[in-house]
Ligand binder design. Structure first.
Ligand code: SF4
Length: 75
């Protein structure tokens, strides 16, 4: 199991995470920032748990993000 966390307020809407992992990241039409698919918000941080099979794509999204706001840890 992998726990992803995402500090959405700092997102600059660059789309790099979507290019890396379009099944998990989508740019919002409302404010241009990215949404973490399946994420639940608490104090500005969105989190979700996903299966280990997503590790490669999560790693790619994290590396691509210039704002360094995508984090994960393996449980
Ligand atoms: S790569 Fe980072 S800054 Fe760019 S849209 Fe995704 S979360 Fe936002």
């Amino acid at each position: 199991m992998i726990s992803i966390s995402y500090y959405r307020i700092k997102c600059i809407g660059c789309n790099a995470c979507v290019e890396a992992d379009p099944s998990r990241w989508r740019v919002s039409k409302k404010d241009g920032k990215c949404n973490l698919v399946g994420g639940k918000e608490k104090k500005g941080v969105y989190t979700t748990q996903v299966g280990n099979e997503e590790l490669t794509s999560i790693e790619a999204a994290k590396k691509n993000c210039p704002a360094k706001i995508i984090k994960y840890h393996i449980k």
